[in-house]
Design a protein around this ligand. Structure first.
Ligand SMILES: C[S@@+](CC[C@H](N)C(=O)[O-])C[C@H]1O[C@@H](n2cnc3c(N)ncnc32)[C@H](O)[C@@H]1O
Length: 174
């Protein structure tokens, strides 16, 4: 790599490369961590959503609005959809003919991440419960599952890491 190619971009460079305002709700790509447990994961997912132009769908559990406000280190407000009851919300998404529901999960017959094409139509990415994964009732509503291959000893990835990788892929940025 030549020295000029390796110059690290300054905060000013980055500011001029980014949007001046937050994106409005394109309603095209929606990350749905529907069974959140840890506030840091929601903050991380919110930043990834901003980076790829996606919205975040979350249930309004008592601690969630404050956790999102605290974890939101963005300069502009992000696009958040409040779901209410998770299964009812997901069932409604399932009935929409313009929507594909993708579940990030370690599942039989899941597509490997590298084989997942970018989202062509409105897509909801369902992320599982941070301890128990996606509940069976919700698995039944998925159009497809995607698994991120792992070669280590850990059983699964952190939900925000898994969600971020799949979001980048769905957004066509990886
Ligand atoms: C910590 S994992 C859930 C625990 C895991 N299902 C289990 O029972 O051991 C939380 C969520 O992160 C996502 N996830 C974690 N690792 C993943 C992987 N390798 N591929 C796809 N999704 C993953 C899934 O949405 C999963 O439900």
């Amino acid at each position: 790599m030549s020295p000029s190619a390796a110059r690290v971009k300054s905060p000013r460079d980055l500011r001029t490369e980014r949007r001046r305002r937050s994106h409005s709700c394109w309603d095209h790509l929606i990350a749905a961590p529907l069974w959140p447990m840890h506030e840091a994961n929601l903050g991380t997912l919110l930043r990834t959503c901003d980076a790829v132009g996606a919205c975040l769908a979350v249930p309004r559990l008592p601690w969630v609005p404050e956790a999102l406000a605290r974890g939101n280190t963005l300069r502009h407000p992000a696009c958040i959809h409040w779901t209410g009851d998770q299964l009812s919300w997901l069932t409604h998404q399932h009935t929409r003919t313009d929507t594909t529901i993708v579940g990030a999960e370690l599942a039989d017959e899941a597509l490997r991440l590298a084989d997942l094409p970018p989202a062509r139509n409105r897509t909801v990415l369902v992320l599982g419960h941070e301890r128990d994964g996606i509940p069976p009732d919700a698995v039944a509503l998925l159009d497809l599952a995607v698994e991120i291959p792992m070669v280590g000893t850990g059983a699964s990835l952190n939900v925000a890491v898994a969600g971020s990788l799949v979001l980048y892929r769905l957004a066509g940025l990886l």
